[in-house]
Design a protein around this ligand. Structure first.
Ligand code: PLP
Length: 398
């Protein structure tokens, strides 16, 4: 006999989050999506400069290839870590065109499901519990996340304007403990700083001295301005001996949701990462890899086209934000503007007020680590002709 609903204990009656989760800081402005939805429901308009996604159309050849590839039953099978050989070969070809470097597509390339997951999992491939790891602060969440979950001793290195937002090689040399991994990202999210090859050389040398692996996140390698060409590990003598480098189709080809990227570089680290990944994932959909291969084999016109848009957005954004009284400079790389909070407020307070009063979403630097306090990040996420309005709204709120 059914005598009404049986009381079921809720998860919270029996389950408390493990200490591991309790050790994570809450994300500032976690309520932004809710506030944004409320403003929109009340008939307001919101300009979202918070997300690092320019929303430009993906390359046509990606769509054409995917349309065909989904019909091929062979591509519906598990890809496993090896994935589609054509994708690995296209990656090797792209790296040869871009860096003039020959890599072995089987041993020096690893396809990843977007670079984020594998950037985090590299910590499990390299670090023992208690080893030291350097992560830039502010920095991309998986650097800290992977290291923290792997039980390593995370040393956050503040990125300082007076040091060009570069981690001084001396910091690597003198890091305490058994240093085994250094995370580095240039062109840098969020500070927009770029690194010269000579800096990378010094970092490679310092990592070799410490016997530490260098993880170089080159997600923005193709998004640079004013003729600056971003260097990579494959450009550097000995780079491949100490490190691995990550690339992603997310920003380069506006394919954020497709989850296509790769790691390249030191074979021992690549092989260890591959081993870790066999316990976590089974590779990305091979039809997507086929589309990725077609894009990578295509001439680089798309990148020029996309960069052209971003360059015009950068000009419009710079002009509008200057007119609003913000202390912005033109970034040499990435999709962002990075500028000091113009008031006495914390970055979070400033961004919250701008959302509520002006309907403009910005990212407080502190959302990417304490080292980002006092700064704000704005994404080049809206078309050229909307920046004047964005700037006008900010000026009024100030
Ligand atoms: C966007 C971004 C990536 C790319 O992430 P995917 O997971 O490949 O989409 C990697 N590193 C940084 C710093 C980024 O901002």
């Amino acid at each position: 006999m059914n005598s009404g609903p049986v009381p079921v204990p809720t998860a919270l009656d029996v389950w408390a989050p493990p200490r591991r989760l309790q050790g994570l800081q809450p994300y500032p402005l976690a309520d932004v999506p809710d506030i944004k939805a409320r403003l929109l429901a009340e008939g307001g308009s919101v300009i979202d400069l918070g997300v690092g996604d320019p929303g430009l159309p993906v390359p046509g050849i990606a769509l054409d290839t995917l349309r065909e590839a989904v019909l091929d039953p062979a591509l519906s099978k598990y890809g496993f870590q090896r994935g589609l050989p054509a994708y690995r070969e296209a990656i090797a070809g792209w790296l040869m065109r871009r860096f003039g470097a020959a890599v072995d597509p089987e041993l020096e390339v690893l396809p990843v499901i977007g670079s984020k997951e594998a950037i985090a999992l590299t910590a499990f491939a390299v670090l023992d519990r208690g080893d030291s790891v350097l992560v830039p602060d502010p920095g991309y969440a998986p650097y800290f996340g992977g290291s923290y979950f792997a039980g390593a001793d995370v040393i956050r290195v503040p990125l300082r304007p007076e040091e060009g937002f570069l981690i001084p090689p001396e910091t690597i040399r003198s890091a305490p403990g058994k240093l085994r991994l250094v995370y580095l990202n240039y062109p840098n999210n969020p500070t927009t700083a770029v690194a010269e090859a000579s800096y990378l050389e010094e970092v490679v040398t310092a990592c070799r001295e410490r016997n530490a692996v260098l993880l170089f996140d080159n997600a923005y390698s193709e998004i640079t301005f004013d003729g600056f060409r971003a260097p990579g590990l494959l450009d550097i003598d000995g780079g491949r001996e100490v490190g691995i480098e990550f690339h992603s189709m997310s920003k380069t080809y506006n394919m954020t949701g497709w989850r296509l990227g790769w790691a390249t570089g030191n074979r021992t680290v690549i092989s260890a990462l591959k081993r870790v990944k066999t316990f976590f994932d089974t590779g990305s959909f091979m039809a997507l890899q086929a589309a990725g291969a077609a894009v990578l084999n295509d001439p680089d016109e798309y990148i020029r086209w996309s960069l052209d848009h971003l360059t015009r957005r950068r000009e419009a954004a710079f002009k509008a934000f200057r007119a609003a009284g913000l202390d912005v400079t033109k970034p040499r790389g990435t999709l962002y503007l990075w500028f000091p909070v113009p008031t006495q407020e914390s970055a979070e307070e400033f961004c919250r007020r701008l959302l509520l009063d002006a309907g403009v979403v910005l990212l407080p630097g502190s959302a990417m680590g304490e080292g980002g306090e006092g700064f704000v990040r704005a994404s080049l996420a809206i078309p050229e002709d909307r920046w004047e309005e964005a700037g006008g709204r900010i000026r009024e709120a100030l």
